[in-house]
Each structure stands twice: as structure tokens, then as C-alpha cells.
Design a binder for this molecule. Structure first.
Ligand code: PLP
Length: 409
């Protein structure tokens, strides 16, 4: 049976229009990487590009490279390349700071744009940083946190809400929100909307402007393959650029940073989201990853990601494995991942890692497997499902070394 499953998977690989792109990534032998939703794999072109930036632009060009290599424009330039993946115009997206910091800037900006309304509405169990970033503003008396379960979010929108802050694809379950419907509900209540696209950008089509979204943020190190700690991106709809006022008024967000005046005057466009000196090495690495995603095309990536996760489920079923799926059944309603509930999810994930199948554990009981479509094969689905079936059947996950939770990767 295992042979049949593998043969079928190889047929699917042979028919996969994105198959050739796997070779554009560095993937260690003996590893099936089901964690590209957390840290994307290394594009083969990245080290050479970094070498060029470090040795040539930095080493030889020195400070001249701010102009000669156009370092100064990189946050806008790379943001402009990310924009089409999100259904945004190039001048609406910039690369800056981390997702957490961009959340802070945009939550604070929304509060200022809706005077008299202090409530930031989100859902319990949203990615922690999204909720934590409200806390600092709450402590300063500027904001008030309100959490409503996803089924009751529309009902929790009232005249006190300044901003609805949601993550499009849930980090634990992968469940997608209906971006257009919730954005409309928030607008009908007079609130603004900020979408965290960390688990969507580069994996599935997003159309921020079709949904009339106000703000968005997202990570550069997941499906965009920008590398560990890659800078993040932020979107502000053009219609808000004139009123936008964010609190991290660093010199790079100034209208003329090199005027060196005492008074802060925000840049007119998306550049006002910049704060300090942009991380050029991080931007250079991110650009390589973004270019690859653009070349593959987000629609094709989405199609493949749905096919991969469905293939994984059918391979599991063929092995007779029954696990509780906490992700939506319908692939159109989830991001590029499958999450299973199991009381020994941590030990299972460790036993899989010992076999070279790298997935994730999310406390308290979730085994989270990500299916980055850029470099995974259908053969990987068949093999990963076989490993999971064997780990469950053999009970090897009960070994003591898989059960002591020291550090969580
Ligand atoms: C949905 C979501 N938002 C934000 C973050 C964190 O972003 P950063 O560490 O860049 O601030 C993560 C990290 O995994 C995430 O999954």
C-alpha cells in the first residue's frame, strides 16, 4: 500500500507546474520541512545576494551605497514588490521594523483617527503579540481591549470601537476570516480594520483593496522566505495617508530626514511608517524571497498548497490514521496548514522531528503542520504521513526523550 501511495504522489509531482522551484531552495537531505509557515526555507540565491551587498555595496561602496545602490529606497522598493501579493498598490506598502512594532504604530494611528473611541476589538486566542501590543496603549490610558469569540465579533462592534484587529489566517488552526465581510461590518460600525497577514501573505491570494481594508501588517520570514528576523511589511490604504499619524516619529519617517531640523514633520505617504535606519541586509534577503514568490505566482501557490494538504489528509486516511483536525475541513477556508489536536502533541512532534519531519507544536495540544507550496513535493506528503502513521502505531512517541518539554522550537 505504501508503494501505491508513493507512486501516486510521484505522479502528482510530475504534473506539478511549480515542481521546478524546489531546486531554487536549500533544503537539507533527510528533512521534510513542514514548518515553512514559521520560518521559510533559504532561497539558493540569498547567500550570493547578501555577499554582493556585504562585500560590494557595504565593503566597497561604504556610505555611498545609500545613494549609489539605492539603499535609501529599499523599504519602499521591496514594499512595492510585496503589494501585488496583497491586492494593494505599490505606494501603500512599506517594509519596516517587526510585525509587533508595526501593529503598535497602526493601532495607535487608528485610535487617533477615531477620537472618543478607545476600544480595540480582537478575538481571544489571536496571535499573542497582536493582543499584547494593545496592552501598552491600555496602560497609558489610550486604549481599551475587548475580545470577542469569532462568531460574535460582528455583534461586539459598537460606537466605542476604534479598530477591529484580526489575523486573517489563524496561527494555530489556519482558519480564515472573511476579510471583506468583517471589514464591512467594522466600517458600518464606524471602526477601522487592521489585518495581520502573517500566515496569508505569499501563501494565498489576499485582496486588501477589494475588501476596503484600512491597514495590514505581516511577517517577512514565513511564506516570503526573508530569513530569521526578516523585516515586516505594513499596508495603509491610500485614502488614509493624509490623516495618518503614528507615534514612533523617528527621523526616517520625516518628510525630509536629511534636513536635520528640530521639528518633526511626517512624510506624506507610506514612508511615514518608517522609524529608524532601515535594515539593509534584511531587506536584501527579503527581496530575494519576495521575487521568488512573485515568479511562482500566488494563485498557483495557493492551488498547490490546497492540493498538498488534501494529499496529506488522504495519505493519512490510507494509513488508517484518525486524528482530530482543528483546521477547517474545506481547504478554501484555511491557510496553508493542518493542525491536529492530540493530548501528546508535543511528544508526537518531537518523535517526528527525530525522523526528520519538522513540524510544530503549539501549546497545549496542537500538532501544526505547514505546507509551504514553494518547495514541498507530493512525495513529501506521502512520506510525512507514513512517518506520522508509524510514530502513532509504534508508540515511539512515548519514549522519555520525546516527553520532556525543555525548549520548544
Ligand atoms: C500572526 C502573527 N503575527 C505576528 C507575529 C510576530 O511577528 P514579529 O515577531 O515579527 O513581531 C507572528 C509570529 O509568528 C504571527 O504568527
Amino acid at each position: 500500500m505504501t508503494d501505491n501511495i508513493l507512486a501516486r504522489a510521484r505522479e502528482m509531482d510530475a504534473a506539478d507546474p511549480l515542481a521546478e522551484f524546489r531546486d531554487r531552495f536549500t533544503l537539507p537531505d533527510g528533512v521534510i520541512y513542514l514548518d515553512g509557515n514559521s520560518l521559510g526555507a533559504l532561497p539558493k540565491a540569498t547567500p550570493a545576494r547578501l555577499e554582493e551587498v556585504v562585500r560590494g555595496e557595504w565593503g566597497t561602496g561604504l556610505i555611498r551605497s545609500w545613494n549609489d545602490a539605492d539603499w535609501i529606497d529599499m523599504p519602499r522598493h521591496v514594499g512595492g514588490k510585496i503589494a501585488p501579493l496583497l491586492g494593494a498598490w505599490p505606494h501603500e506598502v512599506i517594509v519596516a521594523d517587526s510585525t509587533s512594532v508595526n501593529l503598535f504604530k497602526l493601532i495607535a494611528a487608528a485610535l487617533e483617527m477615531r477620537p472618543g473611541r478607545k476600544v480595540i476589538l480582537s478575538e481571544p486566542g489571536n496571535f499573542p503579540t497582536d493582543i499584547y501590543m494593545i496592552a501598552g496603549l491600555e496602560r497609558q490610558g489610550l486604549a481599551e481591549r475587548r475580545l470577542a469569540e469569532r462568531g460574535s465579533i460582528a455583534g461586539a462592534l459598537d460606537e466605542d470601537v476604534s479598530l477591529l484587529l484580526l489575523t486573517h489566517a489563524h496561527y494555530k488552526t489556519g482558519e480564515l476570516f472573511d476579510m471583506a465581510a468583517l471589514t464591512k461590518a467594522a466600517h458600518d460600525a464606524g471602526a477601522l480594520v487592521l489585518w495581520d497577514l502573517s500566515h496569508s501573505g505569499g501563501a494565498l491570494p489576499v485582496d486588501l483593496n477589494a475588501a476596503h481594508a484600512d491597514f495590514a501588517v505581516g511577517c517577512g520570514y514565513k511564506y516570503l522566505n526573508g530569513g530569521p528576523g526578516a523585516p515586516a511589511y505594513a499596508f495603509v490604504a491610500e485614502r488614509h495617508h493624509a490623516q495618518l499619524a503614528q507615534p514612533l516619529t523617528g527621523w526616517f519617517g520625516h518628510n525630509d530626514p536629511f534636513d536635520f531640523t528640530d521639528d518633526y514633520e511626517a512624510a506624506g505617504g507610506i514612508e511615514q511608517l518608517l522609524c529608524g535606519t532601515p535594515p539593509i541586509l534584511g531587506l536584501a534577503a527579503l527581496e530575494v524571497g519576495v521575487d521568488l514568490v512573485a515568479e511562482m505566482g500566488v494563485d498557483r501557490l495557493h492551488e498547490k498548497s490546497m492540493a498538498l494538504s488534501e494529499a496529506f489528509r488522504s495519505c493519512l486516511a490510507a494509513h488508517g490514521v484518525e486524528l482530530e483536525l482543528v483546521s477547517p475541513e474545506d481547504p478554501e477556508r484555511r491557510g496553508s496548514q493542518l493542525s491536529f489536536r492530540h493530548e501528546n502533541a508535543y511528544a508526537l512532534s518531537q518523535a517526528l522531528i527525530a525522523r526528520g519531519v519538522i513540524g510544530d507544536f503549539r501549546a497545549p495540544d496542537i500538532l501544526r503542520l505547514g505546507f509551504a507550496p514553494a518547495y514541498l513535493r507530493f512525495e513529501d506528503m506521502a512520506e510525512a504521513a507514513r512517518h506520522l502513521a508509524e510514530v502513532l502505531a509504534s508508540g515511539e512517541w512515548q519514549r522519555p526523550e520525546f516527553n520532556c518539554r525543555a525548549a520548544v522550537t
